[in-house]
Design a protein around this ligand. Structure first.
Ligand code: ADP
Ligand code: MG
Length: 327
């Protein structure tokens, strides 16, 4: 049974099916004291353990009033999107919801590996390898493709909102934070939702309509950052960053890009295109040569084994598959 998307004017879904519990969260959970898992503008995330199961969760506490405005409907939308994506393994699971007079608490699946941000800004020797970025990028695109097929745009894709199930060994990604996400449907325009400056698409800056392509721009920036540790449009001020984005002022000659496979930069370039209509979709990005499987295990069938020995006789050695390190 799926949550039936019902939207209002601003692209917010309203009908949730999760029970909103009004007893205290602490009746069923031990909230781990000390360090928070994370914090954003209006939310604090804390680790907690469900007493009945012993399982660890992440409790996201969201204030209902923000800047003097009632934002309960925004939180219901966030819940609804999580419900809508419940079957997608690339999106964090929602376990339970609690409400107090001031806050709503989303009890989420715990992503023990934390934000991919840590490894994006790490020293290059601790950063992701290209092979790892490819695997994670495939997963991110799978998640975003699911959302887009369900008419949801995330609008805040950045390394702080992509988490990992584990960090070492490197696990799988989980997309979080649907606080800015919107339900988009043909004919209805949404403009002017501001994500994070470095990841924002040109159409957002120009007050032009927002679409699934807006996410694809952010994924292009994300791929660049994951591969190089460099934020490609970051300027010394917000204004400078916005100027760099609207002029697509980006360098593809950084030394960090030189060692990558030849198809890596073209992949990024299919996403960092000014015209939203000309950008790759999540589905087409998944088909890009850079993301194709690098390891093809071929068992020799008698015929090709025959052919091979023939070629070797001829002094021909064919390179099969790629010479990449796939340890
Ligand atoms: P905000 O809307 O305030 O940005 P997020 O949902 O992005 O809230 O959560 C803030 C931070 O909390 C994330 O960037 C991440 O570091 C941490 N966090 C959020 N959800 C989880 C989770 N399920 N497991 C582990 N950490 C989480
Ligand atoms: Mg966030």
């Amino acid at each position: 049974r799926r949550c039936e998307p019902r939207e209002n004017r601003s692209g917010l879904l309203r009908e949730i099916r999760t029970t909103i519990r009004t007893e205290s969260l602490t009746e069923r959970y031990d909230v781990i004291p000390g360090k928070e898992l994370g914090r954003g503008k209006f939310a604090v995330v804390r680790k907690c353990v469900e007493r009945s199961s012993g399982r660890t969760f992440a409790a996201k506490y969201l204030r209902k009033r923000r800047k003097g405005q009632d934002c309960r409907s925004d939180i219901l939308h966030e819940i609804c999107v999580l419900e809508l994506a419940a079957s997608c393994p690339r999106v964090i699971d929602l376990h339970e919801v609690y409400e107090t007079s001031n806050e709503m608490v989303l009890v989420l699946e715990y992503a023990a590996g934390g934000e991919i941000f840590s490894q994006c800004v790490a020293d290059r020797d601790e950063a992701f390898s290209e092979l790892e970025v490819k695997r994670l990028m495939r997963q991110i695109l799978e998640g975003i493709s699911f959302l887009h097929q369900n008419n949801v745009v995330h609008l805040d894709i950045k390394p702080q909102n992509i988490l990992l199930t584990s960090c070492s060994p490197l696990g799988d990604i989980k997309i979080v934070d649907f606080g800015l996400s919107r339900w988009v449907r043909g004919g209805q325009e949404i403009r002017e939702i501001m994500g994070t400056p470095e990841y924002v698409a040109p159409e957002v800056l120009n007050y032009e309509p927002i679409s699934s392509a807006t996410d694809m721009w952010s994924i292009g920036v994300l791929a660049y950052v994951m591969l190089t540790g460099i934020s490609p449009f970051l300027g010394n001020s917000k204004q400078e960053t916005f100027l760099n984005i609207s002029q697509i002022d980006i360098s593809y000659s950084e030394e960090e890009l030189e060692t990558l496979e030849v198809s890596a930069v073209p992949f990024i370039q299919t996403l960092l295109v000014k015209e939203p209509e000309a950008r790759a979709s999540a589905e087409s990005a998944l088909q890009h040569p850079w993301l194709q499987l690098e390891l093809v295990l071929k068992l020799p069938d008698p015929l090709s084994a025959c052919q091979k020995s023939h070629d070797e006789d001829q002094g021909l050695l064919r390179a099969e598959g790629h010479d990449e390190d796939v340890s």
